[in-house]
Design a protein around this ligand. Structure first.
Ligand SMILES: Cc1cc2nc3c(=O)[nH]c(=O)nc-3n(C[C@H](O)[C@H](O)[C@H](O)COP(=O)(O)O)c2cc1C
Length: 341
C-alpha cells in the first residue's frame, strides 16, 4: 500500500515539507484511541528470538531508526510503534540552530537515494530533554554534535555539554564527527583530535555510577588506513563500538537530475560501501567491538548482508522513506526465518 499509494502522493511534494506533514499525521493518528496499539500490533514482530544483548543493553529486536529522522525527540514514542527495536535521536547540539538555508533535502528517485545538507538543524539539547523525560520505555540512542559556530578547537566542550545534559535520558551515546554538512566537522575524525574527544567523554563516563555505552559514528569515505586508525582508537579509548556509516560525499554511478546537489548521499548507492566498511572493521578488529550497520538498507537481504558482515544491530533512514514502515517488519520476519532454519 505504501509504495503503490502513499509514496507516489508524498513524493509529489517538497521532501522537507513531507517530513513535517508525516510527523503531524503520525502524531494526529496516535491521538485517536487504540490507533497506536493497532499500528503496533500490525507492525511489531514479537519474539524472544529477535532479542539482542549488545554493549550491555537489551534490544527487543535489532532494527533501529537512524539519527536525523527524529532529531528533536518529538516522535520517538509513536515511531517505536512501527516495530523499531530502538530509536536514535539527534544529532543534538548544545544550542538550538537553524541549519543550512532551504532547500536542503533532495530525493534522487532514479537512484533510490537522498541528498541532504540539513546542517544539524535542531532545537538544542535542553528542549529535547523535556520530551525525553516522558519516555515510556523506548530504547533511545542520543546522537551528539557541535554547534556550527563553535570552532573545532572548542568542539570537545560542545560534546561534553550534550553528554552531561543527556546522560540520564538516553541509553547509549553516539559521537557524530562524520556529517559532511557542518564545515570542518569531519576533521575531528583525524587520529589525535578524535582520541582527545573520546578520551574526554569516556573519562567523564567512567566517573558515573553506571557508565553508558559511547559509540563513534564514522563516514563511509574513510580510507582503509583511516579505518585501521579507528580500530586502534576504539580499542585504546575503550568506547563501546562504532556506527558505520553516515552519508557519503561520493557521487559515483548516480543517474538522477539532483545528483550534483551538495551534501551527504544516503540510500541504495551507499548499500555496498557501508557493508564493506562494516566487514573491514569487523575482520581487522577480530570482532573486538560491536558495530551498528547503517547505509542503504532497502530490503531484508540488505539487512542480513550487514549482519553477516559483522554488524550486531542495524538502522534505517532512507529505506524507511522509500519502502515504508513495512520494511521493519520484513527484516524482522526474515531474521526469525533465518534463526529457525
Ligand atoms: C535527511 C537526513 C538527515 C540526517 N541527519 C543525521 C544526523 O543529524 N545525524 C547523523 O548522525 N546522521 C544523520 N543522517 C544519516 C543517517 O543517520 C544514516 O547514517 C545515513 O542516511 C545512511 O543510512 P540510510 O542509507 O539508511 O539513510 C541523516 C540522513 C538523512 C537522509
Amino acid at each position: 500500500m505504501y509504495r503503490l499509494l502513499i509514496r507516489p502522493i508524498l513524493f509529489k511534494f517538497d521532501p522537507e515539507k513531507v517530513h513535517h506533514f508525516t510527523f503531524s499525521l503520525i502524531r494526529f493518528l496516535h491521538k485517536i484511541p487504540f490507533v497506536g496499539s493497532l499500528i503496533n500490533s500490525y507492525y511489531e514482530v514479537k519474539s524472544l528470538k529477535l532479542e539482542r544483548e549488545v554493549f550491555g543493553l537489551k534490544f527487543k529486536n535489532p532494527v533501529g531508526l537512524a539519527a536525523g529522522f527524529d532529531k528533536d525527540a518529538k516522535l520517538y514514542q509513536e515511531l517505536s510503534n512501527f516495530g523499531f527495536g530502538f530509536i536514535e535521536i539527534g544529532t543534538l547540539t548544545p544550542k538550538p540552530q537553524e541549519g543550512n538555508p532551504k532547500k536542503r533535502l533532495f530525493r534522487l528517485q532514479e537512484d533510490s537515494a537522498i541528498i541532504n545538507r540539513m546542517g544539524f538543524n535542531n532545537g538544542g539539547v535542553e528542549e529535547a530533554i523535556i520530551r525525553l523525560k516522558k519516555n515510556n520505555g523506548v530504547l533511545i540512542g542520543g546522537n551528539i554534535g557541535k554547534n556550527k559556530i563553535t570552532p573545532n578547537e572548542e568542539a570537545v566542550n560542545d560534546y561534553v555539554i550534550c553528554f552531561e545534559a543527556l546522560f540520564d535520558y538516553v541509553d547509549y551515546f553516539v559521537v557524530n564527527v562524520s556529517s559532511p554538512n557542518t564545515p570542518n566537522l569531519r576533521e575531528l575524525q583525524e587520529k589525535e583530535p578524535l582520541k582527545a574527544l573520546l578520551n574526554t567523554l569516556q573519562n567523564l563516563n567512567l566517573k558515573k555510577n553506571k557508565p553508558k555505552p559511547i559509540l563513534l559514528k564514522i563516514a563511509p569515505d574513510l580510507t582503509n588506513e583511516q579505518l585501521l586508525d579507528i580500530i586502534e582508537i576504539v580499542n585504546e579509548t575503550k568506547i563501546a563500538g562504532v556506527i558505520a556509516s553516515n552519508t557519503t560525499i561520493s557521487r559515483e554511478g548516480l543517474e538522477s537530475a539532483n545528483k550534483s546537489e551538495m551534501g551527504g548521499l544516503s540510500g541504495k548507492p551507499l548499500t555496498n560501501r557501508s557493508t564493506e566498511v562494516i566487514r573491514f572493521l569487523s575482520e581487522k578488529s577480530n570482532k573486538s567491538f560491536p558495530i551498528i550497520g547503517v547505509g542503504g538498507i532497502h530490503c531484508a537481504k540488505d539487512a542480513l548482508e550487514k549482519l553477516d558482515a559483522g554488524a550486531s544491530l542495524i538502522q534505517l533512514y532512507t529505506g524507511f522513506i522509500y519502502e515504508g514502515p513495512k520494511l521493519i517488519k520484513e527484516i524482522n520476519k526474515a531474521l526469525l526465518k533465518k534463526s529457525s532454519v
